[in-house]
Design a protein around this ligand. Structure first.
Ligand code: TXA
Ligand code: MG
Length: 324
């Protein structure tokens, strides 16, 4: 397999999409020898490498065109696996892991020496989670290594929620990429990232479907976590992110009907819509509307309510500007 020179010259190679159970043995072997594997999680598809292997992790950054300062999340099989990568493990982390793992919650803790600096963007903390997808868990168990995995898309593109999205995004950038197909992901947007290293209480760095209210059932969470705009930004996390090529505008419900012209693609809010259902299909919908080749994508703005925080965060990052 060739190596990407700085991640700037795409291969014209094709990705291979294989049902997760059929491709599992090969995926395990590839991780063990320092290669990349794309695999499903319950949130979005990940592009994985052995987190202990700095050379393998470097291939992730090259394939994605990702800035070296943006840290990766490391996926583990259980809390014991997480503790092995942490230099200290606060009591709140135990409580959170017991309640939410496996699941879409990433805990940022102080890293141990077992985690190479390239994984954490040179920083002293590491994001850890146990994914709630059988194929991801099997891959972790059978390979026996912690797996560093960002979303399996080129940097600044919408995260992939199907194996095909991965092939479209990374196929040209990774020679002979193996993609384990586990069907469309269930959650549809990336995990909640919670910093538990900060002097208490913990802070939400990236909102997700596990919101502040749910976290507060068992721990105290910093106040500003309620509004997406008040969320402290992770290192390297850009404001404009998750963006389709067609310009996206967020438009309030009352203005949308009159704002939309024949050249516009429109993403309506389902009436009585549930934020979790909306999140599940959001990225696929944005990709479809992007492909329609219209002038603009107008997105009906969801309510400014806590249960819509994660979706509103992603839509703001996708949007070119407010269309109100
Ligand atoms: O749901 C998910 O989290 C998916 C699946 C594959 O697990 N992964 C994912 O990874 O979304 P990625 O690399 O696309 O986004 C990781 C986010 C980035 O915003 C990064 O800055 C933040 O997590 N992050 C990772 N490690 C961190 C750390 N040590 N401190 C602060 N933020 C961190
Ligand atoms: Mg990402």
């Amino acid at each position: 397999m060739g190596r990407l020179p700085g991640g700037t010259i795409p291969f014209v190679g094709a990705a291979r999409i294989v049902p997760a159970d059929e491709g599992m043995a090969e995926a395990v072997e590839r991780l063990r020898i320092g290669q990349l594997v794309a695999f499903p999680t319950e949130t979005v598809y990940g592009l994985g490498a052995n987190a202990r292997d700095a050379d393998a992790v470097e291939r992730i950054f090259a394939a994605k065109g990702r800035p070296a300062t943006n840290p990766l999340i490391v996926h583990v099989t259980d809390t014991a696996g997480a503790k092995a990568l942490a230099s200290d493990w606060p009591a709140v982390a135990d409580a959170l892991a017991a309640r939410f793992w496996p699941g879409p919650l990433t805990l940022v803790v102080n890293k141990s020496d077992a985690v190479p600096g390239i994984v954490t963007g040179g920083g002293s903390t590491v994001g850890l989670r146990v994914p709630a997808h059988p194929a991801a868990l099997e891959l972790l168990l059978r390979s026996g290594v912690p797996v560093a995995a960002p979303s399996a898309n080129r940097s600044e593109e919408v995260s992939p929620t199907t194996a095909r999205h991965v092939a479209e995004s990374l196929g040209p950038w990774v020679d002979d990429l193996l993609i384990l197909d586990g069907g469309p992901t269930m959650v549809g947007i990336e995990s909640t990232v919670l910093d538990v290293t900060a002097s208490p209480p913990p802070r939400i760095l990236r909102p997700g479907t596990i919101g502040a209210a749910e976290l507060r059932e068992i721990i105290d969470v910093a106040d500003d976590a309620d509004t997406a705009s008040g969320v402290a930004r992770s290192p390297g996390q850009m404001l404009r992110h998750y963006a389709p090529r067609t310009p996206v505008f967020l438009v309030s419900s009352d203005k949308l009907q009159s704002a939309a012209g024949p050249d516009d693609a429109v993403l309506w809010l389902p009436s009585g819509g549930d934020p979790r259902d909306y999140a599940t299909t959001l990225y696929a919908a944005l990709r479809d509307l992007d492909r329609a080749g219209k002038r603009r994508i107008l997105v009906e703005a969801p309510p400014e309510a806590p249960e819509w925080n994660a979706v509103n965060d992603r839509l703001r990052r996708a949007a070119t500007g407010p269309g109100r």
